[in-house]
Write a protein that binds this ligand. Structure first.
Ligand code: NAD
Length: 424
């Protein structure tokens, strides 16, 4: 593998630094001009707004809301809105850039953005969250727009908040504009297939990786960290294609069954038991840290960031890692994984099935037409497979890991668009 001096990384691994260090390496491989490098390093627009909201007890609280547009050179910017106490400008900036690369790698005509409100939705009533969401949308009505910037759900938000955003934006325009947000309830123009889209893309990426490594799905074992939306769908769809899922985990612990966990049963159990697997009898409980180190063919981290680190990377036995979560591998662990010859399908490729079907939702809204689930799945599967092949080809051409290859493909597309459009 070609060696390129990595950008300096500070002691603490954080997703922004991890992302920038990979951006830097890919940019060097591409021989990116300094001008374009500097443009892509900085977001196009950063908005911070104060949002006064009447609380249920009659008091008025002021919340801080953010929206960062990293790039809109390929088309309207796209990215979720996060409700969390840890939301801050630096994090939103990093996540916005991440969205630019993700959309570019799957070749959909979007730029990248991200938004957030510093709040704790678990301590707020539905009425308070609705007023906050409407206040945020009102503050952003000149930023948002189906041709400008299209929000979506992220941590702490879901179809309910998207419905309020769509309604509030539509009121400001005096007409129904459902293409302004994605991740809406089906009845408001949400897309069939969106719920399972990210897990489905993880399944497609896993099968594509297995094919390159000549692993037979019917003889393969897989461990999945995180049994929420992404992890549970990836597990179910991989199991349907013959893969034995020997371990899954969630916040309640990790569960192992050498013979394979029955994923449909685990799912039903989870849904009937408050969303977690505590007490599930179809597997034995193991140490959650052990899940990542199991002797399996495939490892799918699908929970949180920074779980594969320089401390544990050396002990991983899987031959293939498919990143369902955003940022599960710290930049410092990359070299260890590469040296061990493990193939890692990076987040910006592996979990891009979600944004791909969000794009289909926007397309359907603009057409005023609804696609069947089969059409959605067929088209997103093709996009995911094409993106995998393109990234794989770049990894061979530049002699780099799939992660750096994915950044190369994405940055190259955005940089070329800047070159053609010009106008600096
Ligand atoms: P989710 O909230 O539905 O599920 C998260 C799961 O991870 C839960 O089962 C939770 O119990 C588990 N979990 C949390 N911390 C854990 C830990 N320390 N160890 C083991 N399990 C843990 O979230 P999701 O939508 O499935 O998202 C998972 C990841 O995928 C996130 O990184 C998210 O950013 C990323 N992602 C999601 C989508 C999407 O469409 N949902 C798209 C792209 C990326």
């Amino acid at each position: 593998m070609a060696y390129i001096e990595p950008a300096p990384i500070k002691d603490k691994d954080n997703p922004f630094e991890s992302m920038m260090s990979r951006f830097h390496i890919a940019a060097q491989h591409l021989g990116l001009d300094d001008e374009v490098y500097n443009v892509l390093k900085s977001p196009v627009k950063q908005v911070i707004t104060s949002l006064p909201v009447t609380m249920d007890d009659g008091s008025i609280r002021v919340f801080e809301g953010y929206r960062v547009i990293h790039s809109n050179i390929l088309g309207p910017s796209k990215g979720g809105v996060r409700y969390d106490m840890d939301v801050n400008l630096d994090e939103v900036k990093a996540l916005a850039a991440w969205m630019t690369w993700k959309c570019a790698v799957v070749d959909i005509p979007y730029g990248g953005a991200k938004g957030g409100i510093k709040c704790n939705p678990r301590e707020m009533s539905a009425g308070e969250i609705e007023r906050l969401t409407r206040s945020y949308t009102q503050a952003m009505y000149e930023i948002f727009g189906p041709d400008r910037d299209i929000p979506a759900p992220d941590m702490g938000t879901g179809p309910r908040e998207m419905a309020w955003m769509m309604d509030q934006y539509s009121r400001s325009q005096g007409m129904t504009v459902n293409a302004v947000v994605t991740g809406k309830p089906l009845v408001l123009g949400g897309s069939l297939g969106r719920t399972e889209a990210t897990g489905r893309g993880v399944m497609i990426s896993t099968l594509a990786g297995m094919e390159k490594l000549r692993i037979n799905p019917f003889k393969a074992t897989c461990a999945i960290q995180g049994f929420g939306n992404v992890g549970s769908w990836a597990a179910l769809l991989l199991e349907e294609r013959g893969v034995t899922i020997t371990a899954v985990s969630d916040l309640s612990g990790a569960y192992y069954n050498e013979e394979g966990i029955n994923i449909a049963e685990a799912n039903t159990y989870r849904q009937e038991n408050g969303g977690h697997l505590e007490g599930f009898e179809g597997a034995e409980k193991i140490d959650p840290d052990e899940l990542l180190l199991l002797d399996v063919d495939v490892l799918v981290p699908a929970a949180i960031e920074d779980v594969i680190t320089k401390e544990n990377a050396d002990k991983i036995k899987a031959k293939l890692i498919v990143e369902g979560a955003n940022g599960p591998t710290s930049a410092k662990a990359d070299a260890i994984i590469n040296d061990k010859g493990i193939m890692a399908v990076p987040d910006i490729l592996a979990n891009a099935g979600g944004v791909t079907v969000s794009y289909f939702e926007w397309v359907q809204n603009r057409l005023g037409y609804k696609w069947t689930a089969e059409r959605v799945n067929r088209r997103s599967d093709r996009i995911m497979r094409d993106a995998f092949n393109k990234v794989y080809k770049a990894s061979q051409e530049y002699n780099v890991s799939l992660r750096i290859a994915a950044y190369i493909v994405a940055i190259d597309k955005v940089a070329k668009t800047y070159k053609y459009r010009g106008g600096f």
